[in-house]
Design a protein around this ligand. Structure first.
Ligand SMILES: Cc1ncc(COP(=O)(O)O)c(C=O)c1O
Length: 423
Protein backbone atom coordinates (compact mmCIF):
# COMPACT_ATOMS: atom_id res chain seq x y z
CA UNK A 1 0.00 0.00 0.00
CA UNK A 2 1.28 3.47 -0.89
CA UNK A 3 2.24 5.62 2.09
CA UNK A 4 1.30 9.29 2.04
CA UNK A 5 4.30 10.96 0.41
CA UNK A 6 4.63 14.15 2.43
CA UNK A 7 8.19 14.68 1.14
CA UNK A 8 6.87 14.80 -2.44
CA UNK A 9 4.01 17.09 -1.45
CA UNK A 10 6.37 19.47 0.32
CA UNK A 11 8.78 19.51 -2.62
CA UNK A 12 6.02 21.14 -4.69
CA UNK A 13 5.78 24.26 -2.49
CA UNK A 14 8.65 26.77 -2.86
CA UNK A 15 7.38 28.74 0.18
CA UNK A 16 8.29 25.85 2.46
CA UNK A 17 11.96 26.75 2.01
CA UNK A 18 11.46 29.99 3.94
CA UNK A 19 13.55 30.32 7.10
CA UNK A 20 12.75 32.47 10.13
CA UNK A 21 15.74 33.21 12.33
CA UNK A 22 17.49 29.99 11.34
CA UNK A 23 14.41 27.76 11.60
CA UNK A 24 12.21 26.55 8.74
CA UNK A 25 8.86 28.32 8.60
CA UNK A 26 6.00 26.01 9.61
CA UNK A 27 2.87 27.18 7.81
CA UNK A 28 0.15 26.29 10.28
CA UNK A 29 -1.99 29.15 8.97
CA UNK A 30 -3.76 27.13 6.25
CA UNK A 31 -7.34 28.06 7.28
CA UNK A 32 -6.37 31.65 6.49
CA UNK A 33 -4.93 30.58 3.13
CA UNK A 34 -2.70 27.75 1.98
CA UNK A 35 0.68 27.92 0.27
CA UNK A 36 0.96 27.63 -3.48
CA UNK A 37 2.50 24.75 -5.42
CA UNK A 38 4.91 25.41 -8.28
CA UNK A 39 2.43 24.36 -10.95
CA UNK A 40 -0.01 27.06 -9.80
CA UNK A 41 2.76 29.67 -9.85
CA UNK A 42 3.69 28.49 -13.36
CA UNK A 43 0.10 28.63 -14.59
CA UNK A 44 -0.38 32.21 -13.38
CA UNK A 45 2.96 33.23 -14.89
CA UNK A 46 2.30 31.48 -18.20
CA UNK A 47 -1.12 33.06 -18.58
CA UNK A 48 0.20 36.58 -18.01
CA UNK A 49 3.39 36.01 -20.00
CA UNK A 50 1.89 34.33 -23.03
CA UNK A 51 -1.91 34.55 -23.24
CA UNK A 52 -2.96 37.79 -21.60
CA UNK A 53 -5.95 39.42 -23.33
CA UNK A 54 -9.58 40.18 -22.74
CA UNK A 55 -12.03 37.46 -23.74
CA UNK A 56 -14.19 37.09 -26.81
CA UNK A 57 -11.79 38.57 -29.38
CA UNK A 58 -10.81 37.29 -32.81
CA UNK A 59 -7.10 36.80 -32.25
CA UNK A 60 -4.87 34.17 -30.66
CA UNK A 61 -4.40 35.41 -27.10
CA UNK A 62 -8.09 36.21 -26.72
CA UNK A 63 -9.07 32.75 -27.96
CA UNK A 64 -6.55 31.31 -25.49
CA UNK A 65 -8.16 33.37 -22.74
CA UNK A 66 -11.57 31.96 -23.71
CA UNK A 67 -10.06 28.48 -23.42
CA UNK A 68 -8.58 29.37 -20.00
CA UNK A 69 -12.03 30.44 -18.79
CA UNK A 70 -13.74 27.31 -20.16
CA UNK A 71 -11.14 25.06 -18.59
CA UNK A 72 -11.53 26.78 -15.20
CA UNK A 73 -15.29 26.15 -15.31
CA UNK A 74 -14.65 22.48 -16.13
CA UNK A 75 -12.05 22.18 -13.35
CA UNK A 76 -14.40 23.86 -10.87
CA UNK A 77 -17.09 21.37 -11.87
CA UNK A 78 -14.70 18.48 -11.22
CA UNK A 79 -13.86 20.01 -7.85
CA UNK A 80 -17.48 20.41 -6.77
CA UNK A 81 -19.17 17.51 -8.58
CA UNK A 82 -21.45 19.45 -10.93
CA UNK A 83 -21.67 20.72 -14.50
CA UNK A 84 -19.36 23.43 -15.85
CA UNK A 85 -22.20 25.92 -16.35
CA UNK A 86 -23.05 25.64 -12.66
CA UNK A 87 -19.69 27.09 -11.53
CA UNK A 88 -19.17 30.86 -11.55
CA UNK A 89 -16.10 32.81 -10.52
CA UNK A 90 -15.75 36.07 -8.63
CA UNK A 91 -13.41 38.12 -6.49
CA UNK A 92 -13.81 35.98 -3.38
CA UNK A 93 -16.49 34.18 -1.41
CA UNK A 94 -17.59 37.31 0.47
CA UNK A 95 -18.26 39.34 -2.67
CA UNK A 96 -20.06 36.45 -4.36
CA UNK A 97 -22.23 36.00 -1.27
CA UNK A 98 -23.21 39.68 -1.22
CA UNK A 99 -24.26 39.39 -4.87
CA UNK A 100 -26.16 36.19 -4.13
CA UNK A 101 -27.91 37.75 -1.12
CA UNK A 102 -28.95 40.65 -3.31
CA UNK A 103 -30.29 38.32 -6.01
CA UNK A 104 -32.27 36.20 -3.54
CA UNK A 105 -33.22 39.23 -1.42
CA UNK A 106 -35.00 40.80 -4.37
CA UNK A 107 -37.34 37.82 -4.37
CA UNK A 108 -38.24 38.21 -0.67
CA UNK A 109 -41.12 40.10 0.92
CA UNK A 110 -41.15 41.86 4.31
CA UNK A 111 -41.85 39.20 6.94
CA UNK A 112 -40.08 36.43 4.98
CA UNK A 113 -37.43 34.67 7.04
CA UNK A 114 -33.77 33.80 6.52
CA UNK A 115 -31.99 31.33 8.81
CA UNK A 116 -28.28 31.78 9.56
CA UNK A 117 -26.10 30.23 12.27
CA UNK A 118 -24.04 31.49 15.20
CA UNK A 119 -21.19 29.23 14.10
CA UNK A 120 -20.61 30.86 10.73
CA UNK A 121 -17.92 33.16 9.39
CA UNK A 122 -19.30 36.69 9.08
CA UNK A 123 -19.20 36.37 5.28
CA UNK A 124 -22.18 34.01 5.53
CA UNK A 125 -23.98 36.20 8.09
CA UNK A 126 -23.64 39.91 7.25
CA UNK A 127 -24.91 39.59 3.65
CA UNK A 128 -28.09 37.95 5.03
CA UNK A 129 -28.40 40.16 8.11
CA UNK A 130 -28.51 43.25 5.92
CA UNK A 131 -31.73 41.95 4.35
CA UNK A 132 -33.38 43.02 7.62
CA UNK A 133 -33.33 46.55 6.16
CA UNK A 134 -36.00 45.29 3.73
CA UNK A 135 -38.17 43.86 6.47
CA UNK A 136 -36.79 40.31 6.16
CA UNK A 137 -36.61 38.52 9.52
CA UNK A 138 -33.21 36.91 10.14
CA UNK A 139 -33.16 34.04 12.63
CA UNK A 140 -30.00 32.51 14.10
CA UNK A 141 -29.42 28.84 14.87
CA UNK A 142 -27.65 28.69 18.25
CA UNK A 143 -24.49 26.74 19.00
CA UNK A 144 -23.96 24.33 21.89
CA UNK A 145 -21.01 26.15 23.46
CA UNK A 146 -19.67 23.01 25.15
CA UNK A 147 -19.21 21.21 21.83
CA UNK A 148 -19.19 24.05 19.28
CA UNK A 149 -21.82 22.10 17.35
CA UNK A 150 -25.09 23.46 15.99
CA UNK A 151 -28.23 23.01 18.07
CA UNK A 152 -30.17 20.83 15.66
CA UNK A 153 -33.40 20.83 17.63
CA UNK A 154 -33.41 24.62 17.40
CA UNK A 155 -32.46 24.42 13.71
CA UNK A 156 -35.46 22.22 12.97
CA UNK A 157 -37.79 24.53 14.85
CA UNK A 158 -36.45 27.66 13.11
CA UNK A 159 -36.89 26.43 9.52
CA UNK A 160 -40.60 26.91 8.86
CA UNK A 161 -42.50 25.96 5.70
CA UNK A 162 -43.90 29.00 3.96
CA UNK A 163 -41.95 31.43 6.17
CA UNK A 164 -38.27 30.50 5.69
CA UNK A 165 -36.96 31.47 2.26
CA UNK A 166 -33.20 31.01 2.70
CA UNK A 167 -31.10 28.75 4.92
CA UNK A 168 -27.42 29.76 5.01
CA UNK A 169 -24.84 27.70 6.89
CA UNK A 170 -21.21 26.71 6.79
CA UNK A 171 -19.96 23.26 5.76
CA UNK A 172 -17.27 23.53 8.43
CA UNK A 173 -16.30 26.14 11.01
CA UNK A 174 -13.07 27.98 10.22
CA UNK A 175 -12.77 28.87 13.91
CA UNK A 176 -13.06 25.47 15.57
CA UNK A 177 -13.28 22.88 12.78
CA UNK A 178 -16.82 21.58 13.41
CA UNK A 179 -18.13 19.84 10.28
CA UNK A 180 -21.88 20.36 9.97
CA UNK A 181 -24.33 17.85 8.56
CA UNK A 182 -25.05 20.11 5.63
CA UNK A 183 -27.20 17.55 3.79
CA UNK A 184 -29.50 17.50 6.83
CA UNK A 185 -29.80 21.30 6.83
CA UNK A 186 -30.39 21.36 3.08
CA UNK A 187 -33.15 18.75 3.46
CA UNK A 188 -34.81 20.98 6.09
CA UNK A 189 -34.58 23.94 3.72
CA UNK A 190 -36.00 21.98 0.82
CA UNK A 191 -38.91 20.66 2.87
CA UNK A 192 -39.71 24.27 3.80
CA UNK A 193 -39.43 25.49 0.19
CA UNK A 194 -36.34 27.58 1.02
CA UNK A 195 -33.12 28.11 -0.92
CA UNK A 196 -30.03 26.62 0.72
CA UNK A 197 -26.62 28.34 0.69
CA UNK A 198 -23.52 26.52 1.92
CA UNK A 199 -20.24 28.25 2.78
CA UNK A 200 -17.63 25.59 2.00
CA UNK A 201 -14.59 27.89 2.27
CA UNK A 202 -13.09 26.13 5.28
CA UNK A 203 -14.26 22.65 4.35
CA UNK A 204 -12.82 22.81 0.83
CA UNK A 205 -9.30 21.94 2.04
CA UNK A 206 -10.54 19.13 4.25
CA UNK A 207 -12.72 16.80 2.26
CA UNK A 208 -14.26 16.16 -1.13
CA UNK A 209 -17.31 18.27 -1.96
CA UNK A 210 -20.22 16.69 -3.81
CA UNK A 211 -22.86 19.35 -4.33
CA UNK A 212 -25.32 16.82 -5.75
CA UNK A 213 -25.05 14.65 -2.63
CA UNK A 214 -25.42 17.73 -0.41
CA UNK A 215 -28.37 18.79 -2.54
CA UNK A 216 -27.88 22.53 -1.96
CA UNK A 217 -28.89 25.34 -4.30
CA UNK A 218 -25.70 27.36 -3.81
CA UNK A 219 -22.25 26.55 -2.43
CA UNK A 220 -19.29 28.88 -2.25
CA UNK A 221 -15.58 28.46 -1.69
CA UNK A 222 -12.29 30.21 -2.36
CA UNK A 223 -9.35 28.83 -4.32
CA UNK A 224 -6.74 30.44 -2.07
CA UNK A 225 -7.81 28.05 0.70
CA UNK A 226 -6.93 25.05 -1.48
CA UNK A 227 -3.57 25.97 -3.07
CA UNK A 228 -4.94 28.37 -5.67
CA UNK A 229 -4.89 32.14 -6.19
CA UNK A 230 -7.30 34.64 -4.63
CA UNK A 231 -10.42 33.74 -6.58
CA UNK A 232 -13.91 32.85 -5.35
CA UNK A 233 -16.07 30.04 -6.79
CA UNK A 234 -19.80 29.60 -6.58
CA UNK A 235 -21.88 26.55 -7.44
CA UNK A 236 -25.37 27.62 -8.44
CA UNK A 237 -27.76 24.77 -9.21
CA UNK A 238 -29.04 25.35 -12.74
CA UNK A 239 -32.69 25.46 -11.68
CA UNK A 240 -31.91 27.82 -8.80
CA UNK A 241 -30.21 30.33 -11.12
CA UNK A 242 -33.36 30.22 -13.23
CA UNK A 243 -35.45 31.32 -10.25
CA UNK A 244 -33.56 34.56 -9.61
CA UNK A 245 -32.13 37.50 -11.49
CA UNK A 246 -28.47 37.97 -10.60
CA UNK A 247 -27.16 41.54 -10.76
CA UNK A 248 -25.67 41.83 -14.20
CA UNK A 249 -25.07 44.30 -16.98
CA UNK A 250 -27.56 44.58 -19.84
CA UNK A 251 -24.65 43.80 -22.18
CA UNK A 252 -23.48 40.77 -20.23
CA UNK A 253 -24.07 37.16 -21.28
CA UNK A 254 -27.42 36.36 -19.62
CA UNK A 255 -26.86 32.61 -19.25
CA UNK A 256 -25.17 30.70 -16.42
CA UNK A 257 -22.42 30.54 -15.44
CA UNK A 258 -21.57 33.94 -16.99
CA UNK A 259 -24.64 35.75 -15.64
CA UNK A 260 -23.08 35.65 -12.16
CA UNK A 261 -19.67 36.82 -13.42
CA UNK A 262 -19.78 40.60 -13.53
CA UNK A 263 -16.93 42.52 -15.11
CA UNK A 264 -13.60 41.17 -16.28
CA UNK A 265 -12.55 38.13 -14.32
CA UNK A 266 -9.14 37.45 -12.83
CA UNK A 267 -8.01 35.30 -15.77
CA UNK A 268 -4.58 34.53 -14.33
CA UNK A 269 -6.38 33.52 -11.14
CA UNK A 270 -8.61 31.21 -13.16
CA UNK A 271 -5.56 29.62 -14.78
CA UNK A 272 -4.10 29.14 -11.30
CA UNK A 273 -7.35 27.70 -9.96
CA UNK A 274 -7.35 25.04 -12.68
CA UNK A 275 -3.75 24.24 -11.80
CA UNK A 276 -4.64 23.98 -8.08
CA UNK A 277 -7.41 21.50 -8.88
CA UNK A 278 -5.01 19.57 -11.14
CA UNK A 279 -2.53 19.54 -8.26
CA UNK A 280 -5.14 17.94 -5.97
CA UNK A 281 -5.95 15.46 -8.75
CA UNK A 282 -2.23 14.64 -9.00
CA UNK A 283 -2.14 13.96 -5.25
CA UNK A 284 -5.13 11.68 -5.74
CA UNK A 285 -3.51 9.78 -8.60
CA UNK A 286 -0.36 9.27 -6.50
CA UNK A 287 -2.28 8.01 -3.46
CA UNK A 288 -5.13 6.19 -5.15
CA UNK A 289 -4.66 2.82 -3.46
CA UNK A 290 -4.61 4.52 -0.04
CA UNK A 291 -8.18 5.71 -0.48
CA UNK A 292 -9.64 3.42 -3.13
CA UNK A 293 -11.98 1.70 -0.67
CA UNK A 294 -13.44 5.10 0.33
CA UNK A 295 -14.03 6.36 -3.21
CA UNK A 296 -17.69 6.57 -4.21
CA UNK A 297 -18.53 4.36 -7.20
CA UNK A 298 -19.02 5.81 -10.63
CA UNK A 299 -16.48 8.64 -10.52
CA UNK A 300 -14.25 9.15 -13.51
CA UNK A 301 -11.28 11.11 -14.79
CA UNK A 302 -10.20 14.26 -12.99
CA UNK A 303 -13.27 14.23 -10.70
CA UNK A 304 -12.25 10.79 -9.38
CA UNK A 305 -8.65 11.90 -8.88
CA UNK A 306 -9.74 15.12 -7.11
CA UNK A 307 -11.93 13.18 -4.68
CA UNK A 308 -9.04 10.76 -4.07
CA UNK A 309 -6.66 13.68 -3.48
CA UNK A 310 -8.97 15.26 -0.91
CA UNK A 311 -9.45 11.92 0.84
CA UNK A 312 -5.70 11.23 0.91
CA UNK A 313 -5.07 14.57 2.61
CA UNK A 314 -7.63 13.68 5.28
CA UNK A 315 -6.24 10.19 5.86
CA UNK A 316 -2.90 11.85 6.47
CA UNK A 317 -4.01 14.88 8.52
CA UNK A 318 -6.67 13.44 10.82
CA UNK A 319 -4.30 11.28 12.97
CA UNK A 320 -1.84 14.19 13.14
CA UNK A 321 -4.62 16.49 14.36
CA UNK A 322 -5.71 13.91 16.95
CA UNK A 323 -2.12 13.60 18.16
CA UNK A 324 -1.85 17.38 18.41
CA UNK A 325 -5.07 17.67 20.42
CA UNK A 326 -3.82 14.98 22.83
CA UNK A 327 -0.51 16.78 23.31
CA UNK A 328 -2.13 20.18 23.79
CA UNK A 329 -4.56 18.74 26.35
CA UNK A 330 -1.54 17.79 28.45
CA UNK A 331 -0.11 21.34 28.56
CA UNK A 332 -1.11 23.21 31.75
CA UNK A 333 -3.46 26.11 30.98
CA UNK A 334 -4.58 24.91 27.54
CA UNK A 335 -8.32 24.74 26.84
CA UNK A 336 -9.31 23.12 23.55
CA UNK A 337 -12.44 24.15 21.66
CA UNK A 338 -14.42 22.06 19.21
CA UNK A 339 -16.54 18.94 18.90
CA UNK A 340 -15.89 15.87 21.07
CA UNK A 341 -13.51 13.21 19.73
CA UNK A 342 -15.30 11.06 17.17
CA UNK A 343 -17.53 13.87 15.89
CA UNK A 344 -16.86 15.13 12.38
CA UNK A 345 -14.24 17.87 12.43
CA UNK A 346 -11.51 19.21 10.21
CA UNK A 347 -7.83 19.10 11.13
CA UNK A 348 -8.04 22.67 12.44
CA UNK A 349 -7.21 22.84 16.16
CA UNK A 350 -8.18 25.86 18.28
CA UNK A 351 -7.44 26.60 21.90
CA UNK A 352 -6.58 29.18 24.52
CA UNK A 353 -3.63 29.27 26.92
CA UNK A 354 -4.44 30.70 30.35
CA UNK A 355 -2.33 33.73 31.18
CA UNK A 356 -1.26 34.36 27.58
CA UNK A 357 -3.49 36.43 25.26
CA UNK A 358 -3.94 34.70 21.90
CA UNK A 359 -2.16 37.48 20.01
CA UNK A 360 0.86 37.30 22.28
CA UNK A 361 1.04 33.51 21.88
CA UNK A 362 0.83 33.81 18.08
CA UNK A 363 3.59 36.45 18.06
CA UNK A 364 5.89 34.33 20.24
CA UNK A 365 5.28 31.26 18.09
CA UNK A 366 5.78 33.34 14.94
CA UNK A 367 9.23 34.36 16.16
CA UNK A 368 10.08 30.67 16.31
CA UNK A 369 8.90 30.21 12.73
CA UNK A 370 5.57 28.69 13.75
CA UNK A 371 2.85 30.56 11.82
CA UNK A 372 -0.51 30.29 13.56
CA UNK A 373 -3.52 32.61 13.60
CA UNK A 374 -5.08 34.31 16.57
CA UNK A 375 -8.34 36.18 17.09
CA UNK A 376 -11.84 35.42 15.83
CA UNK A 377 -10.99 34.79 12.16
CA UNK A 378 -14.24 36.66 11.30
CA UNK A 379 -16.22 34.00 13.19
CA UNK A 380 -16.85 36.84 15.61
CA UNK A 381 -20.28 35.72 16.76
CA UNK A 382 -18.97 32.35 17.98
CA UNK A 383 -15.93 33.85 19.69
CA UNK A 384 -18.14 36.42 21.40
CA UNK A 385 -20.56 33.71 22.60
CA UNK A 386 -17.63 31.66 23.89
CA UNK A 387 -16.70 34.71 25.99
CA UNK A 388 -13.28 34.97 24.39
CA UNK A 389 -13.57 38.30 22.59
CA UNK A 390 -11.99 40.29 25.44
CA UNK A 391 -9.16 37.77 25.80
CA UNK A 392 -8.09 38.14 22.18
CA UNK A 393 -9.97 35.11 20.91
CA UNK A 394 -8.51 31.76 20.01
CA UNK A 395 -5.13 30.44 18.90
CA UNK A 396 -5.72 28.45 15.71
CA UNK A 397 -3.44 25.78 14.25
CA UNK A 398 -4.38 24.64 10.78
CA UNK A 399 -3.02 21.42 9.30
CA UNK A 400 -2.59 21.11 5.56
CA UNK A 401 -1.38 18.28 3.31
CA UNK A 402 2.18 19.64 3.64
CA UNK A 403 2.21 19.74 7.47
CA UNK A 404 4.63 17.35 9.20
CA UNK A 405 4.70 15.63 12.56
CA UNK A 406 8.01 17.36 13.35
CA UNK A 407 6.45 20.80 12.79
CA UNK A 408 3.73 19.89 15.27
CA UNK A 409 6.35 18.63 17.74
CA UNK A 410 8.08 22.02 17.50
CA UNK A 411 4.75 23.69 18.19
CA UNK A 412 4.02 21.52 21.22
CA UNK A 413 7.49 22.22 22.64
CA UNK A 414 7.10 25.97 22.12
CA UNK A 415 3.65 26.00 23.74
CA UNK A 416 4.96 23.95 26.66
CA UNK A 417 7.70 26.58 27.16
CA UNK A 418 5.13 29.38 26.93
CA UNK A 419 2.88 27.70 29.46
CA UNK A 420 5.79 27.23 31.92
CA UNK A 421 6.84 30.87 31.49
CA UNK A 422 3.57 32.11 33.04
CA UNK A 423 3.12 29.46 35.71
C1 LIG B 1 -15.42 29.74 6.58
C2 LIG B 1 -15.09 30.95 5.77
N1 LIG B 1 -16.07 31.54 5.09
C3 LIG B 1 -15.85 32.63 4.34
C4 LIG B 1 -14.60 33.19 4.26
C5 LIG B 1 -14.40 34.40 3.39
O1 LIG B 1 -13.80 34.01 2.21
P1 LIG B 1 -13.20 35.07 1.20
O2 LIG B 1 -11.92 35.53 1.78
O3 LIG B 1 -13.02 34.30 -0.06
O4 LIG B 1 -14.19 36.17 1.04
C6 LIG B 1 -13.54 32.62 4.97
C7 LIG B 1 -12.20 33.23 4.95
O5 LIG B 1 -11.42 33.05 5.85
C8 LIG B 1 -13.80 31.47 5.74
O6 LIG B 1 -12.82 30.86 6.43
Amino acid sequence: MTQYDVAYVRSQFPALERMIDGRPAAYLDGPGGTQTPQRVLDAVHEYLAGHNANYGGRFATSAETDATIDEAHRAGADFLGCDAEEVSFGANMTTLTYFLAEALGRRLQPGDEVVITALDHEANRSPWLQLAERGVVVREVPVDLATCMLDWAAFEALVRPGRTKVVALGYASNAVGTINDVARAVALARAAGAWSVVDAVHYALHGPIDVRAVGCDFLLCSAYKFFGPHVGLMYARREATGQVEPLHLATQHPEPPYVWETGTLNFEGLAGTTAAIDFIADLGARHLDMVEDRLPAGLQGRRRAVVAGMLAGEVYEQPLARWLREQLAGIPGVTLYGPPEGSPRTSTVSFTLDGVPAGEAARTLGERGLFVWDGDFYAARLVELLGLAERGGLIRVGLAPYTTQSELERLVTALGDLSRSVR
